[in-house]
Design a protein around this ligand. Structure first.
Ligand code: FAD
Length: 158
């Protein structure tokens, strides 16, 4: 098994797209991530996985807080900005939820305080205790097999 085969297999898991945001002394930093999962209902915990070379890693360690912004279908450009896929600097305005930076128009904004940190291989897992949530009624952006997509139809089982 080589790296490419592993990446291809992991890309077969269709996900939403999030932008993780944090701020250190008012300086906001964001990063696109799809390694996000709900962990526990009581207490309410989520997990994100950040690569060892990502600049946001040290920032979350410092701030001990982060927000998860689940992007809407019309926010692909934001995903590309925060993944470095759009190179030139774009001015992004951030709202606040529980004092933490969030992106307006996201399907869900989830404000978190870091409750545990686990280094696993070349990634760091941050467990976040959820401190506040804001929801919008919008369709999500989807990522599958390395490409952005949108939901097309609702399948019913009966
Ligand atoms: P930087 O390279 O420092 O920043 C990324 C980009 O965001 C830069 O272009 C920067 O200009 C811009 N930016 C940052 N803050 C601001 C701001 N305040 N205003 C305007 N622009 C700003 N990597 C992971 O580690 N984990 C994942 O789960 C993950 N999932 C991904 C899912 C998808 C769909 C994609 C496309 C990428 C994913 N990545 C993931 C890769 C990751 O998004 C990139 O490697 C990212 O560029 C690394 O982030 P960084 O903190 O080093 O950010």
């Amino acid at each position: 098994m080589d790296d490419r085969q592993f990446r291809t297999a992991m890309g077969k898991f269709a996900t939403g797209v999030t932008v993780i945001t944090t701020d250190v002394e008012g300086d906001v930093h964001g990063m696109t991530a799809n390694a996000f999962m709900s962990v526990s209902l009581s207490p309410k915990l989520v997990v994100i996985s950040i690569g060892e070379n990502a600049r946001i890693l040290e920032k979350i360690k410092q701030s001990k807080t982060f927000s998860v912004n689940i992007l809407a279908a019309d926010q692909q450009e934001l995903s590309m900005i925060f993944a470095g896929q759009i190179k030139e600097h774009r001015e992004v305005v951030f709202d606040r939820l529980d004092g933490k930076p969030v992106l307006a128009g996201a399907v869900a904004q989830i404000a978190c305080e870091v409750s545990a940190v686990h280094v696993e291989g070349d990634h760091t897992l941050f467990i976040g205790k959820v401190t506040d949530i804001h929801l919008e009624d919008a369709e999500p952006l989807i990522f599958y097999s390395g490409r952005y997509r949108a939901l097309t139809e609702e399948k019913t089982l009966v």
